[in-house]
Design a protein around this ligand. Sequence first.
Ligand SMILES: Cc1cc2nc3c(=O)[nH]c(=O)nc-3n(C[C@H](O)[C@H](O)[C@H](O)COP(=O)(O)OP(=O)(O)OC[C@H]3O[C@@H](n4cnc5c(N)ncnc54)[C@H](O)[C@@H]3O)c2cc1C
Length: 387
Amino acid sequence: MRVTLVDNPKRGRATSASAGGLWPLGESVGLGCGVIFYKAMAGMGTLPEGVHGPGQLPRVFLDFALRSNAMFPALSGELREIAGMDIEWEETSLLFLMYDEGDETFARPLWERCPCGRDLTEWLTPEELAKAEPAVTREVRGALRFEGDNQVNPYKLADAYRVAARNLGATVLTHTEVTGLRIASGRVTAVETTDGPIACDVAVNAAGAWAPQVGRMAGLELPVHPVRGQILGTETLPNVLSACLSTTDCYLAQKGHGEVIIGSTTEEVGFNVGVTPEALKTLSAGAVRAVPFLADVQVKRAWSGLRPGSPDELPILGPVAGLGGYLNACGHFRTGIVTSPLTGLVLAELVAGDRPSVPVEPFLLARFMAADRAGTQGGRSTPVGRA
Ligand SMILES: Cc1cc2nc3c(=O)[nH]c(=O)nc-3n(C[C@H](O)[C@H](O)[C@H](O)COP(=O)(O)OP(=O)(O)OC[C@H]3O[C@@H](n4cnc5c(N)ncnc54)[C@H](O)[C@@H]3O)c2cc1C
C-alpha cells in the first residue's frame, strides 16, 4: 500500500506532551491521572453524586491495553532495526503509594480482586518499599505494585514511529494541514491539504483532540474533546527511581536520560495549552511528598498537552456505517501511548480489509449513537473537571 501521513504539528498535540507511561493495569483501575483527579474533585467537594472512588475502565479496554502493552518489547527491537532509534522501553512496574487509610481502602480491593489476578500485583510493607525504592518517603503505609506496567520515552516513540514509517516507504508530510475530505458516492476519495489533494482509497482520522474538525469534513460528529494535562520535568538526575510511582497527588516517572517527569492535571479548558502556577505548585508539592529528595532539585520545564477525551474514555476506532473509505483512530484520552501499537495494527488490518486481531465493535463510533438513542451519555468512568 502507498501510505501518506499528513501532520501539521499543533500546540498541545498529545503524544510528545505525554509521560510515556505504559500502565494498562494501573490506568484501567483508576491510577495515574485518574486517582489524582478524583482526589482533587473530592477536595473541592465537586464529585458527582454516587462517585466514591476513581472509575475503572471496562474489561474489554483492559484486554486491549494489556495486549498492546505486550507488543512493546518486540516493537522496541523493530524500531531500533528499522528507524535506528531507541524508544527507551523499560520494565519498571508501577507503584501506588498509600499515604493514609483512604488510600489503603482504595488499594486493598484492587489487590484482593485485581482484574488480572494476584500474579501481577504485590503488596509492599513500608520496609519492603524502603528497600526497593530508597528515595521514596518513609511516611507511607505501604505500596501496591503493578507488574508489567512499564514506560517508554514518548518523544522518542513518536519520532521512531515517524522515521520507521518513512523508512518503510510512507510519505510523511509535516507542516501540512488537512483542510477537507472529498466524498463521492458515499466514499472518501481524497484528502484535501494545504499542499494539494491526495487521492486515497482510505483516510484514517488520527487527528487527536482535533479529530472532530476532520470528522466534520465528512459530515460526522465525533464526541472527542480536548482535556488538558499539565506536566513538568526536573533537571537530569542520577538514578532516583526504579519504578514509576502513582500517588493521589501526582505520578512520577524517571526517564533513561535522568529527567523525572511529574504529571498531571485533568482539565477541560478547550484548546488552552497554558501552564498555571497552581498546577505546578500542586504537582511539585506532590512530588516532594513522594520523593523528599526532589525538594532540592530544579524544575527544568513545564508544559501541557491536550488529551483526546471521549465520553467513556475508550478510543474510537474503525469504520462508520454509511461512509466508505474512512476509519477512526482517535479518542485515546489518557492511554494513547500504551494503546498505540495495537491501534496501529488493527487499523492496518482494517485498511487492508483483513479481520482485525481484536474485535473492533466495542470501540466503534456507533456505540455513542446507540447511547444517544437510549438517552444516555455512554457512561464516563471518571468525571472530568472544569478549571
Ligand atoms: C500530560 C499528558 C500525559 C499523558 N501521559 C500518558 C501516558 O503516560 N501514557 C499513555 O498511554 N498516554 C498518555 N497520555 C495520552 C496520550 O498522550 C494520548 O492519548 C495520545 O498521545 C493521543 O495520540 P493522538 O495521535 O491521537 O493525538 P496527538 O498526539 O495529539 O496527534 C494528533 C496530530 O494530528 C495533528 N492534526 C490535528 N488536526 C490536523 C489537521 N487538520 N491537519 C494536519 N494535522 C492535524 C496534530 O497537530 C497532531 O500532531 C498523556 C497525555 C497528556 C496530555
